[in-house]
Ligand binder design. Structure first.
Ligand SMILES: [Cu+2]
Length: 492
């Protein structure tokens, strides 16, 4: 299914009688709602079956009955209207991740965006930007309901065409990575040690470890974590979708979105190199080749792969278990035959600083906000409670009291200190930030809207307060944000 995008005038000019009748019916509905023009795009939220493979047909909430939701292509600076229809029994929010939209349409109740009521339609209008690879997704709290929020199928890619397009590539392929069939467990989360530098901060480690010891000594089990039964790329388990068909010598620009509710993914294509040109949709200072990708929850990577190693390959997660349960897609060269091959790559550490300049930005911040992230083990009915500077976002309140106040035009540095052993993909709404320090290593020039903060590590980012309105800051793991890991910024 494709999003409806029609210029009414040109459509009328060439429409046949039957199409004109359909259009009349459409106009009538729109007129009844007080809107005479059809919207540029329409998205319908409903519960539908999705075939991940013939043995895994899941019932999830989707956009337009498909997963991922339709690719929406906007033009930077050109206003669009979008109709969002909610055909479910619960209120919804549609968040435009990575864009700089007003709080009223950004899609978070915490910022004051109105809900899309059950069985209703809402028309929104905005000027898309900045250009690049963005996405849209639901932004409601799921809590203990594994059918809601990011656990559902409510994720879709957005590409905002820049005014100029300097990329040298032959074609684009969009990939959305996503798990299905979520369950809770008490196993504790798997340790992931792919981040570099690996330097941890002793005081953070001591704090985190002593809190965990005290809680376990009181007889409290570890808090719930989420695991998954099915893993997909573009909604299909490995071997069940169409392969990506390529030709030798082609340069393919991959736009990879981690649409997970909380997992960090890797993606490798045996015998090939990814040349990363953009992160979270924003061009890097210079392209950087890497053997494979690490991509945190809600992060996006745009990378060019030169197809110079003919064969039939599995492009997939380097984690064997996740790949065996579906996290992969076949890449097939024209004329090549045989079973898709996987070759495990050598371990590769992910250092954000490698994508920027080796110094902090020349512009110092006007103010520094210090933040410490901490976990109260199994503190809320078996779920971990998360705090920022000792405060959990109130679970009975949408717009909480702002934790940080901004003055328009000022440059702020967020000094994030992680006193837990988990990696947190941290997201700031409505603004882009510049990476300035990663676990003690200085950098500049990399603009993002999500950054992974390693266990017991410190990360610093700078941003300019250039978009007045309530602004949400949170860990992008659904399980963490729902249990406190959010804070509100507002402009003074
Ligand atoms: Cu988190």
């Amino acid at each position: 299914m494709v999003p409806s995008r029609s210029s009414r005038r040109s459509f009328l000019a060439k429409s046949s009688g039957a199409a004109a009748a359909t259009l009349l019916a459409h106009s009538f509905t729109a007129a009844a709602l007080g809107q005479t023009e059809p919207a540029d795009y329409s998205l319908t939220i409903a519960n539908t079956p999705i075939e991940l493979s013939p043995m895994h047909i899941v019932s999830v909430t989707t956009y337009n009955g498909q997963f991922p939701g339709p690719l929406l292509r906007f033009k930077e600076g050109q206003r669009v209207t979008v109709d969002v229809r909610n055909d479910t029994d619960v209120p919804e929010q549609l968040h435009w991740h990575g864009q700089t939209l007003p709080s009223e349409v950004d899609g978070a109740a915490e910022e004051g965006t109105p809900y899309i009521a059950p069985h209703s339609r809402q028309r929104i209008s905005f000027v898309p930007g900045p250009s690049g690879f963005r996405f849209y997704h639901t932004h409601v709290r799921a809590g203990s309901d594994l059918g809601r929020g990011q656990y559902s199928g409510l994720v879709g890619p957005v590409y905002i065409e820049p005014k100029e397009n300097p990329g040298r590539y032959d074609r684009e392929v969009f990939l959305t990575l996503k798990e299905f069939e979520p369950t809770f467990s008490r196993g504790g989360d798997m340790d992931m040690d792919f981040l570099s530098p690996a330097t941890t901060v002793k005081t953070l480690k001591d704090t985190g470890e002593s809190a965990m010891k005290a809680s376990l000594a009181k007889g409290m089990p570890k808090g719930f974590e989420v695991g998954y039964g099915a893993f997909t790329i573009n909604g299909k388990m490995l071997g069940h979708g169409e392969p990506i068909r390529v030709k030798r010598g082609e340069r393919v620009l991959f736009h990879v979105l981690n649409g997970s509710a909380g997992e960090i993914r890797s993606l490798a294509l045996p015998g090939h190199t990814f040349t990363i040109v953009a992160m979270d949709g924003n061009p890097l200072p210079k392209p950087v080749p890497v053997p494979y990708l690490w991509i945190g929850t809600a992060e996006r990577i745009s990378a060019i792969v030169e197809m110079n190693h003919p064969g039939v390959w599995i492009m997939g997660d380097t984690g064997d278990d996740d790949r065996h349960h579906g996290m992969g897609i076949v890449v097939e060269y024209a004329g090549a035959t045989g079973k898709p091959q996987w070759v495990a790559p050598k371990p590769f550490k992910w250092n954000y600083a490698a994508f920027g300049h080796a110094a902090t930005p020349g512009v110092p911040p006007d103010e520094v906000f210090e933040m410490t992230f901490a976990k109260d083990n199994a503190a809320i009915a078996g779920f971990n409670r998360w705090t920022i500077n000792g405060v959990a976002y109130p679970n009975d309140q949408m717009m909480a009291k702002p934790m940080f106040l901004l003055k328009q035009g000022k440059r702020y540095r967020l000094k994030m200190r992680n006193a837990s052993d988990d990696i947190h993909p941290i997201h700031l709404h409505r603004h882009s930030f510049e990476l300035t320090r990663i676990a003690g290593q200085s950098t500049s020039g990399v603009m993002k809207d999500v950054v992974m903060v390693g266990g017991y590590q410190e990360v610093e980012v700078d941003f300019v307060a250039n978009n007045p309105g309530p602004t949400l800051f949170h860990c992008h793991q659904q399980l963490h944000m729902d249990y406190g890991f959010m804070a509100l910024f507002d402009y003074a």
